[in-house]
Design a protein around this ligand. Structure first.
Ligand code: GLU
Length: 306
């Protein structure tokens, strides 16, 4: 099992971002966390024997999130709180269960083991829905659509995937979808696989690597921390995120699908997007409400489990 070693890059810009987010400048009106639909009243009722009823008995739901990936999951060094789009989505799920959320760090490579060994009840950790992963766990319907990109210093000659040639070094997370994407789309480049994305930014900062490749929203967080970086080239992939849950729990899956759908319908999703992503990128999102789980699975057909 990997260590939950969180390394923070606490640049001035990220501090600004964190404070802005904590002040609820995105207009979520919910005291800063953007979570919760504003429903009030009785504790939700679930059939006895369901995971939802069991979680209610426990009074909490344990959710694995990133700790070093603003704006999806990051531990705010000023408050010690975990914040981000995934965290707020987790708070909404907890509210719909009528329990408290407890967040633990889940890096890319331990997300599925954490679900399988019961360390967490759910995963909300920038996790792309793939057919191979779906063989081990289950997913909610897609709640976010990211895209694969490449990040380099503005001074770099690398302008796209075609420039990741022999002798170039590119960093991504161990166990991420980019292990396969890069080995197919940039087979000559040298892959630097690390546990946490903050390690990639450190390596890029000290010149040990030439580029980072992962989801655009994660790279956006890196640019907010360091505006000498930028994204180059076309989108490499479409990466729909799903909430990970233990394999075979169809009642929990249905419940999560309902929660995600409600965020699309009641405006909560739009507020979260604007709060954590839209106001930094100024760009509209790909609409996850238009994608089914089956369509998401087709984007990442099996590599290992078929
Ligand atoms: N979304 C991609 C994945 O699940 C990359 C981001 C991450 O490593 O969390 O593999």
């Amino acid at each position: 099992m990997r260590t939950n070693n969180t390394r923070w890059v606490t640049g001035g810009l990220v501090a600004v971002m964190l404070i802005a987010a904590a002040c609820g400048g995105g207009g979520d009106g919910g005291g800063g966390d953007g979570a919760g639909s504003g429903d009030s009243g009785a504790q939700p009722q679930f059939d006895a024997g369901t995971t939802m009823a069991e979680l209610q008995d426990k009074g909490k739901v344990i959710i694995g999130v990133k700790y070093d990936v603003p704006p999806f999951g990051f531990k705010n060094p000023q408050t010690g709180e975990v914040e981000g789009f995934d965290v707020d989505m987790g708070k909404i799920v907890a509210e719909k269960l009528g329990v408290e959320p407890e967040f633990v760090e889940a890096i890319t490579d331990n997300r599925i083991p954490f679900l399988e060994d019961g360390t967490v009840d759910l995963i909300l950790s920038t996790m792309t829905i793939t057919t191979d992963r779906d063989a081990e766990i289950d997913y909610s319907r897609p709640y976010f659509i990211a895209h694969g990109r490449i990040l380099v210093p503005k001074s770099s000659d690398i302008k796209g995937i075609e420039d990741l040639t022999a002798g170039t070094r590119v960093c991504t997370a161990l166990g991420s979808t980019y292990e396969t994407t890069l080995s197919k789309q940039a087979p000559k480049a040298e892959l630097e696989l690390v546990d946490s994305y903050s390690e990639c930014t450190e390596l890029l900062g000290n010149g040990a690597i030439d580029a980072i490749s992962t989801d655009d929203v994660i790279l956006t967080g890196m640019i907010i921390q360091d505006d000498s970086l930028h994204m180059v080239g076309d989108r490499l992939t479409v990466e729909p995120y799903g909430i990970g849950l233990p394999d075979g729990d169809s009642e929990l899956q249905q419940f999560l699908d309902g929660v995600v759908e409600e965020t699309f319908d009641n405006g909560a999703w739009d507020r979260l997007y604007q709060k954590w992503v839209g106001r930094y990128t100024g760009e509209p999102a790909d609409d996850p409400a238009k994608m089914t789980l089956d369509q998401a699975l087709k984007l990442f057909p099996c590599e290992e489990t078929c």
